[in-house]
Design a protein around this ligand. Structure first.
Ligand SMILES: Nc1ncnc2c1ncn2[C@@H]1O[C@H](COP(=O)(O)OP(=O)(O)OP(=O)(O)O)[C@@H](O)[C@H]1O
Length: 299
């Protein structure tokens, strides 16, 4: 009988060192923007780091838009689907999302569990990621079919799967984050830690921090539950305009596009580094990385 590692999913994931699932109990807390920032920061963590980002938020895929890749086609090669590269010929940031497969970005995916499960299996078995240091997986809010499918397909063939929980500081978001925590515990997925997003607002003029949604709830939950608190990210208006931009906005981007790159991704990488959130996020990633060696010991 074939071992699980010899399945199509096992053969693809064998080339991936670490898989990080990003989840949140509630919608709109910034899970996709955290996934995007995690992918960008991990790519910058070394000059050779290779990162993939897989968007399994089937009903609300946001990663193509955040990476400036909206509307890119996915090519089929003899060795499977070719991911879309956010950094053109450097090919160190690969992306796959159901968003690339929709005819129009306004189209919605209305699928029952078995079809979602089949799509996720196909993403895991058919995408030609190649060798990756990290595969970041953005999931829908809550704990749903998509999460179960991921665990069902990946856990038997990969030992270095971990998760990050994103929450905002409000009580209702924290309550839902607890459900995510129960999910990771029930499925024995190690948690790298908790990130509190939209924790206060830094005034772009004077730098004063106001607590729009209160602050510190995530840190308090982490302490109570014995989790690693990875850090808090304030509301950053610069970040919104960067990640929510939909169109290429200058000639430079068009030249890049003509050379095989994406519309504004090249500029995105550079511009992200200049936001006030980027150094905060780097510190979060450094803290999360301290937990990874323990996963290697699980093999
Ligand atoms: N720290 C932040 N500062 C400012 N805006 C933010 C921040 N984090 C996220 N956002 C913005 O909030 C909106 C929702 O974020 P995002 O799409 O990442 O949330 P989500 O949890 O993935 O949502 P969904 O439930 O739709 O999957 C986006 O417009 C995003 O740019």
């Amino acid at each position: 009988m074939a071992s699980p590692e010899d399945t199509p999913v096992g053969r693809r994931l064998r080339l991936v060192k670490h898989i990080i699932i990003v989840c949140s109990g509630k919608g709109g807390v910034g899970k996709s923007s955290v996934s995007t920032q995690l992918a960008l920061s991990l790519r910058s963590s070394s000059p050779t780091a290779r990162v993939g980002i897989l968007d399994v938020d089937l009903t609300g895929p946001s990663i193509p838009r955040m990476l400036g890749l909206d509307g890119h086609p996915v090519h089929q090669s003899s060795d499977g689907w070719v991911p879309v590269y956010a950094d053109g010929s450097e090919a160190r940031l690969a992306c796959m999302s159901v968003g690339f497969l929709l005819k129009r970005k306004e189209d919605s995916v209305v699928w029952r569990g078995p079809k979602k499960n089949a799509m996720i299996r196909q993403f895991l078995s058919d995408v030609r990621w190649g060798e990756l240091d990290y595969l970041v997986i953005d999931t829908p809010p809550g704990t749903s079919d998509e999460h179960l499918s991921l665990v069902e397909h990946m856990a038997p063939v990969h030992s270095r799967i971990s998760a990050v929980i994103v929450t905002t500081p409000q009580a209702v978001a924290l309550l839902d984050a607890m459900k995510c925590l129960s999910f990771t515990r029930a499925t024995s997925i190690p948690l790298l830690g908790l990130i509190e997003n939209m924790s206060g607002y830094v005034c772009p003029c004077c730098g004063e921090i106001s607590n729009v949604f209160s602050t510190g709830g995530g840190e308090e939950m982490a302490r109570r539950e014995g989790l690693r608190f990875l850090g808090s990210l304030p509301v950053d208006t610069e970040l919104v305009s960067l990640l929510d931009a939909t169109e290429p906005d200058d000639q430079e981007a068009n030249v890049m596009l003509a050379e095989g790159g994406s519309r504004h991704s090249f500029r995105l990488l550079e511009r992200y580094e200049k936001t006030s959130t980027a150094p905060l996020f780097r510190a979060i990633v450094e803290k999360a990385m301290t937990a990874l060696p323990a996963l290697e010991g699980r093999e």
